[in-house]
Design a protein. Structure first.
Length: 254
C-alpha cells in the first residue's frame, strides 16, 4: 500500500492523471457524486448532478453537499502541478436555494501571498550565482515553468541556468524590483565593466558571460527606474543591451 507521505510528494501535471488521482477522494466522488470537468494550473471546474443522496427531507440540496463540492474543487485546483496544499480556514454563505439539476463549482487562484516573496528570493539567488542553484532540488512551479520556457529557446546545462534570470525578467516572471544600496550599485558597475572586458576576449566562454552581463544590465536598469535616476543613464544601458544582443533587445523594449 502506498503511504500517505508518498502521495503527498506527488506532483500532478496532467489533466487525466489529476482526474484519476482525485477519484481517490471517495467521499467526494463516490458518496457525493462529484465529477471533475476541467483542471489546469490554478483552476478547476467540478460539477454535481443532484440526486436523492444529497437532498434533504424537503427536496433541497444539503448544505454539506454544496460545501463538499466547493471544498473538493479547491483541492483539485490548488494541488494541480503544486506541492500538497490544504485549506486552513473555509467559509461559505448560502444566498439562496440551489436550483436546477446540476451544481457547478469553479476555483481560481486570485492571489498567492507567497508568490512575490518567492520571485524576489529567486531573482536574488540567480543574480548572486546562477550556477550554484540546484534546479533538480527545487520544488517550485514558478521555476519549473521558467526552465521550460528557457529550454524552448534551445539552451541547456550551465548556459540554461545563466539565462533563467534574464528570461525571468524579460517574461515579467521576475517582476519584483528593488533599489540597490550604494555599495551594491558600485559593485554591480565594477562587475559590468569586468564582464564587458571579458566578453571581448575570444578565449573566454562568451556563452556564459553574455547572459551574466545581460542580467547585470537588467538589474542596473531596474535600480535606475526604482530610484528615479536620469533617463539618460537608462538609455545608455539599453544601448549596451542592443549591442550585446539585438534580438533580445527587441524583446526587452516590446
Amino acid at each position: 500500500m502506498e503511504k500517505y507521505g508518498d502521495k503527498a510528494k506527488q506532483r500532478i501535471k496532467d489533466r487525466e492523471k489529476a482526474i484519476e488521482f482525485f477519484s481517490g477522494d471517495l467521499y467526494a466522488t463516490k458518496t457525493t457524486g462529484i465529477v471533475i470537468d476541467d483542471v489546469k494550473e490554478h483552476y478547476a471546474k467540478c460539477s454535481l448532478e443532484i440526486h436523492e443522496g444529497v437532498q434533504n427531507a424537503y427536496g433541497g440540496v444539503m448544505g454539506g453537499a454544496i460545501f463538499t463540492l466547493a471544498d473538493y474543487t479547491f483541492a483539485v485546483s490548488s494541488n494541480f502541478n503544486a506541492p500538497q496544499t490544504v485549506s486552513t480556514s473555509s467559509q461559505i454563505n448560502f444566498l439562496g436555494m440551489a436550483k436546477g439539476k446540476k451544481l457547478i463549482s469553479q476555483s481560481t487562484l486570485i492571489k498567492d501571498g507567497k508568490t512575490n516573496a518567492a520571485k524576489l528570493f529567486f531573482r536574488e539567488a540567480f543574480f548572486i550565482d546562477a550556477s550554484k542553484i540546484e534546479l533538480d532540488n527545487l520544488d517550485s512551479p514558478l521555476i519549473f515553468g521558467l526552465v521550460e520556457k528557457v529550454s524552448e529557446e534551445g539552451y541547456k546545462g550551465e548556459e540554461l541556468q545563466e539565462w533563467i534570470p534574464v528570461y525571468g525578467r524579460l517574461l515579467e516572471i521576475f517582476n519584483i524590483k528593488r533599489t540597490l544600496k550604494a555599495q551594491e550599485v558600485g559593485k554591480l558597475k565594477q562587475d559590468i565593466y569586468s564582464r564587458e572586458n571579458e566578453i571581448k576576449n575570444p578565449a573566454n566562454n562568451n556563452k556564459l558571460i553574455k547572459p551574466r552581463l545581460f542580467n547585470m544590465y537588467l538589474w542596473l536598469i531596474d535600480h535606475y527606474i526604482a530610484s528615479k535616476e536620469n533617463v539618460k543613464r537608462i538609455k545608455e544601458i539599453v544601448l549596451s543591451i542592443k549591442l550585446l544582443d539585438a534580438g533580445l533587445y527587441k524583446r526587452f523594449i516590446e
